[in-house]
Each structure stands twice: as structure tokens, then as C-alpha cells.
Design a protein around this ligand. Structure first.
Ligand SMILES: C[S@@+](CC[C@H](N)C(=O)[O-])C[C@H]1O[C@@H](n2cnc3c(N)ncnc32)[C@H](O)[C@@H]1O
Length: 209
């Protein structure tokens, strides 16, 4: 059902994430994984497989836990033209995640962009607009600095195909995400739903290109 090499690394990170949840005080902000929950990973893995998703963009990589769930889904069928592009500002987390991807054997399918999310997305959007042949994303996952989530949403929207999904984490456990939820629920051209999975997920469908 799952790629065993990927699942082994997911399980390793799971232990670390569980420990972090139970011993929050032992970790500084920079050292926290702040990962999605396991049921959230399983949910997106199933959804991405069902939709036959090939191109994924993630904002907020950390140690690569969510990315591993996404990578397993897109590699389960035909991996040609499949990729995950993921953005992280913290250098030490980039190093840890890259080592996890190497151990899981997915380093060729995951492109890590190291830097600030807003800056990188602006550059990606500029390149996207220049290209005649558009490589649209099928799925975007927003899970970085919560106060920039609306900006991330707007920067990603032109790069996602019609009927593609922009998902965001921490909808039900973080006050900062209330504004995001209100925003997407009132945004034209978007159908959106809040799901009580993990820390709360908002799934927003792009209705037209
Ligand atoms: C909630 S964690 C991501 C967890 C990851 N998606 C998972 O489930 O395994 C958020 C990450 O976003 C990164 N981050 C915060 N602000 C950022 C920014 N402005 N640009 C890029 N990354 C940022 C943090 O360093 C942190 O690693």
C-alpha cells in the first residue's frame, strides 16, 4: 500500500513528532518539527492518489514529514513528470529534510527551495508568467508562517490548474488562521471546506483558470 522505504522514514519522524508533542518545553522554536498529524498525512496521501495528482507545491517543509506522505502518493502510480517543490527558510531544517529524502529514496522527486516563502513564490510566479507552456500545480499545501497564509494563497492561485486544490493546516488550532478561513470562504472563484482532521484542514478548489 505504501512504499516501505518512505514509510520507514515517516515512522522515524512520527516518533520524533510524538515525543515533541509530549515534551514541548524541551524544544526551542527552531528545533520543532511542528508536523501535520499522522491522520492528516494519511488523508492527503489517499486524496492525492485518488485524484492522480502529479505536481505539488508545499510552503513549509520542516523535517519533511508531510512531504514524505505527498511523495509516496505521487510515486505510487507512474512517477514520470511527478514532483514536489517545497519551500523552507531554515537552513538546518533543509539539511535534515534532504537527508530524510535521501534515506527514503525520493531525492530525485523533491526540489527543496531554501529561502523566504514570499520571495521564492514571487520568483516562481514571475517565471511561470514568462513561460508559454504552463506547468500548473495540481495541489498546494500551505503550512509555514501563518500570518502570511493569505499572501501565499494569492501567489499560488495563478499557478494551480482549474479544479486543483490549495490546502492549509492549523485551521482549527491557531487563531492566526481564522482570518485565512474567512478570506478563502469569501474569495470569488473558490469552493472551500473546513475539515476537522488533525489540526484542521481547509481545502479550497479553484473553479476557473
Ligand atoms: C509547521 S512547520 C511545517 C511542517 C511540515 N509541513 C510538516 O508537516 O512536516 C512550518 C515550517 O515553515 C517554516 N517557515 C516559517 N516561516 C517561513 C517563511 N517565511 N518562509 C519559508 N519557510 C518558513 C518554518 O521554519 C517551519 O519549518
Amino acid at each position: 500500500m505504501f512504499n516501505q522505504k518512505i514509510l520507514r522514514i515517516i515512522d522515524e519522524l512520527q516518533k520524533r513528532s510524538n515525543y515533541e508533542q509530549e515534551h514541548k518545553d524541551e524544544f526551542s522554536e527552531e528545533n520543532r518539527m511542528l508536523a501535520i498529524t499522522r491522520d492528516t498525512g494519511e488523508f492527503y496521501n489517499l486524496l492525492l492518489k485518488a485524484l492522480g495528482v502529479k505536481r505539488i507545491l508545499e510552503i513549509g517543509l520542516s523535517h519533511g514529514y508531510s512531504t514524505l506522505w505527498f511523495a509516496d502518493a505521487i510515486l505510487s502510480e507512474n512517477p514520470s513528470n511527478s514532483c514536489v517543490i517545497t519551500i523552507e527558510k531554515d537552513h538546518s531544517k533543509v539539511k535534515i529534510a534532504q537527508e530524510n529524502f535521501r534515506k527514503a529514496g525520493i531525492e530525485n522527486f523533491v526540489t527543496v527551495k531554501h529561502g523566504d516563502g514570499i520571495k521564492i513564490l514571487n520568483e516562481m510566479l514571475e517565471d511561470f508568467n514568462k513561460n508559454f507552456q504552463k506547468d500548473y500545480f495540481d495541489f498546494v499545501f500551505i503550512d509555514a508562517d501563518k500570518e502570511n497564509s493569505i499572501q501565499y494563497f494569492e501567489l499560488c492561485l495563478p499557478m494551480i490548474r482549474k479544479n486543483g486544490i490549495i490546502a492549509a493546516d492549523n485551521i482549527l488550532d491557531m487563531k492566526e488562521m481564522e482570518e485565512y478561513t474567512k478570506y478563502v470562504k469569501n474569495r470569488s472563484n473558490i469552493q472551500t471546506v473546513t475539515l476537522p482532521i488533525g489540526w484542521g484542514q481547509e481545502l479550497s478548489l479553484k473553479l476557473q483558470e
